[in-house]
Write a protein that binds this ligand. Structure first.
Ligand SMILES: Nc1nc2c(ncn2[C@@H]2O[C@H](COP(=O)(O)OP(=O)(O)OP(=O)(O)O)[C@@H](O)[C@H]2O)c(=O)[nH]1
Ligand SMILES: [Mg+2]
Length: 323
């Protein structure tokens, strides 16, 4: 095992923080460490929390941390910042809202942005989550803003995906909501102190009686919370904990693995194609409409080598650095 991984197992915060920085930067020398990192996992529950901006995700995570700490769990939290204009600036707010637990040694919180390339932000996020798992945090919570498909996808890669909604349900957001609800294992109507919260929960239940959740065929539980007071948070923690065993059903695990593989594969192929000498040429051709994107993709794919050994190309530099 490399020193970086051995240090993780010690439960110290510094080595974990350092490793997360390397993951965030897309440090290519990490790639040979990945099998060891995933093998060092301790079975922590990976929980994704997503929902519209401002729905109270961070406040809810803060309250959930309190609940899980009462249950003697060590909690890890990654707040994902896709560095889009939408969410820039939200990070300081997140930090303040989760401040209740800043001094707790058994709570680890970190904002994640991805500057480099280890298969994109989604992959980097789940590598980081694996690091928190290897460091003994359970659950490991990933908060992403459900403002775009990629962010929702990040939460979807979790074992248990919690979708946070709010009582105000304008018609214009119904479509977005439907997309979000599709990936939900647990649905929360937060801001339960606001008028119409009960009605919103009832509407969602009606909507879902036809849609169905992704793991079981039966609709996911819908819970009412008020994150600011903690109302309903214990029941939410119960629902999340209860979903853990469902998520580990072999069919659910394979379903998740398929998503992870497809995403990682797409990111890798795109990365290699973009490094190809003909990439710019293809771009021009598609931009000029002298070639269609599908034919261009097929030609680029044909040029990607059939066997790529990632373990050899970068391991030499890793050995030099980590030993
Ligand atoms: N009334 C009420 N306000 C709440 C509740 N939960 C959160 N809020 C408020 O809603 C605002 C947004 O809360 P956040 O926790 O930052 O929401 P978020 O979903 O993490 O926001 P982003 O990360 O920016 O998408 C804050 O002003 C919170 O105090 C609640 O249950 N009731
Ligand atoms: Mg937030």
């Amino acid at each position: 095992m490399s020193d970086a991984l051995a240090d993780l197992a010690s439960g110290e915060r510094r080595p974990l923080a350092r490793l997360l920085t390397r993951i965030e930067n897309g440090d290519p020398t990490l790639r040979p460490l990945l099998p060891g990192l995933f093998a060092a996992g301790r079975g922590g529950h990976l929980v994704g929390i997503t929902g519209p901006p401002g729905s109270g995700k961070s406040t809810l995570v803060n309250a959930l941390i309190g609940e899980w700490r009462r249950r003697d769990r060590r909690v890890g939290v990654l707040a994902v910042d896709p560095s889009s204009p939408y969410t820039r600036g939200a990070i300081l707010g997140d930090r303040i809202r989760m401040m209740d637990h800043a001094a707790d040694r058994d709570v680890f919180m970190r904002s994640m942005a991805a500057r480099g390339e280890l298969g994109g932000l989604a992959a980097a996020t789940w590598i980081a989550a694996a690091a928190l798992d290897a460091a003994g945090y359970d659950p490991v919570v990933v908060e992403t803003v459900g403002a775009g498909q990629s962010e929702v996808e990040i939460a979807r890669l979790a074992e248990t995906t919690v979708v946070v909604e709010v009582p105000e349900m304008g018609d214009e957001v119904q479509a977005i909501k439907a997309g979000l609800l599709e990936v939900a294992d647990v649905i929360v109507v937060n801001k339960g102190d606001r008028p119409g919260a009960d009605r919103a929960a009832r509407q969602l239940r009606a909507m879902l009686s036809t849609a169905g959740g992704r793991v079981a065929r039966k609709p996911p539980p819908i819970l009412l919370t008020t994150a600011t007071t903690g109302d309903g948070v214990a029941a939410l923690a119960d629902a999340v904990d209860a979903h853990r065993s469902l998520a580990r059903h072999p069919i659910a695990a394979r379903d998740r693995a398929a998503h992870q593989l497809r995403r990682a594969l797409a990111a890798l192929v795109a990365q290699r194609a973009e490094a190809d000498t003909v990439w710019e040429e293809m771009l021009d051709a598609v931009a000029r409409r002298s070639m269609d994107p599908l034919t261009a993709s097929a030609q680029l794919l044909d040029r990607v080598p059939r066997t790529v050994d990632y373990s050899t190309s970068e391991s030499a530099s890793t050995d030099a650095r980590d030993r």
